[in-house]
Design a binder for this molecule. Structure first.
Ligand SMILES: C[S@@+](CC[C@H](N)C(=O)[O-])C[C@H]1O[C@@H](n2cnc3c(N)ncnc32)[C@H](O)[C@@H]1O
Length: 205
C-alpha cells in the first residue's frame, strides 16, 4: 500500500538502524516466511512487525488473532497494527525484553527484526528469550538480505541453535533469504537419572 510505504520510509529516515529497510517486505517474502510455520501451530509470536505484511500473512494462514502476539517497538507502527487488527495483542516493547512480557509458549516465531545491525548482547537477549518461549523443536523464522544467517556463529553455538537456509526470494527489494533456527536436541541438558519405578516399590513382608 502506498501509505504504508510512505510511513515506512519516514520511519527509516527517523531511525535507519532500527528500521534497516527502506520499504516493507513483499507479499512473496511474507508467504515464504509463513510457509515455515508448522501446519499444526496454534500460537505464534511475531517480532518487528513494521506495517504488518507478515502479520496479515500469518492471520491469512489460519492463525487466530487471539493466538498471535506481536512485539514492535515503534510507536507509529504499533498504533497502526492495533487499529488494523483489533483482536491482536500488540506489545510496544523491545524484543530484548520478550522473556519478561508474560507471553504464553508459542509454536513458532516469525521475525522481521534487523538482527544483523544489533549488538551481540541484543541478539543474545532476543534469542535466549525467544527460545525460552518456543516449545521444543519450534522454528524461529528470520529473513536476511545477505546470504548467511544474520547471527554470530559463537552465539549460535553457545545457545545450541542450528540454522537452516531455505528459500531465496528474488521478488523482494532487496532480495532476501529465509532462515529457520531451531534448538538442537543435543543442547538440552540431560535429565537427572531418577530411580526406575520398580526400585521404589516396597515389598510387603
Ligand atoms: C526491517 S523492518 C521489518 C518490518 C516488517 N516485518 C516487514 O518485513 O516489512 C524491522 C522492524 O523491526 C522493528 N524493530 C527493530 N528493532 C526492534 C527491537 N529491538 N524490538 C522490537 N522491534 C524492533 C522496527 O521498528 C521495524 O518495524
Amino acid at each position: 500500500m502506498q501509505d504504508d510505504r510512505f510511513m515506512f520510509l519516514r520511519a527509516f529516515f527517523r531511525n535507519p538502524r532500527q528500521i534497516s529497510a527502506i520499504a516493507p517486505s513483499s507479499q512473496n517474502l511474507a508467504e515464504a516466511m509463513v510457509s515455515q510455520i508448522p501446519l499444526d501451530a496454534r500460537r505464534v509470536i511475531e517480532l518487528g512487525a513494521g506495517t504488518g505484511v507478515f502479520t496479515r500473512a500469518i492471520l491469512d494462514s489460519g492463525i487466530d488473532p487471539c493466538a498471535l502476539d506481536v512485539i514492535e517497538m515503534d510507536e507509529g507502527f504499533s498504533a497502526l497494527l492495533r487499529q488494523r487488527h483489533q483482536r491482536l495483542r500488540v506489545h510496544r516493547r523491545r524484543a530484548e525484553e520478550i522473556a519478561g512480557i508474560g507471553l504464553a509458549p508459542a509454536d513458532a516465531m516469525v521475525s522481521g527484526l534487523p538482527l544483523l545491525s544489533m549488538s551481540e548482547r541484543s541478539q543474545g537477549a532476543i534469542l535466549e528469550g525467544a527460545f525460552s518461549l518456543l516449545v521444543p523443536s519450534a522454528p524461529f523464522i528470520q529473513f536476511t538480505y545477505g546470504p548467511s544467517v544474520p547471527l554470530r556463529a559463537r552465539l549460535l553455538r553457545e545457545l545450541g541453535l542450528t540454522s537452516t537456509r531455505t528459500t531465496r526470494i528474488w521478488r523482494n527489494w532487496p532480495p532476501a533469504t529465509v532462515h529457520v533456527l531451531r534448538r538442537s536436541r543435543l543442547s538440552v541438558a540431560p535429565c537427572r537419572q531418577a530411580p526406575a519405578s520398580d526400585d521404589r516399590v516396597r515389598v510387603a513382608r
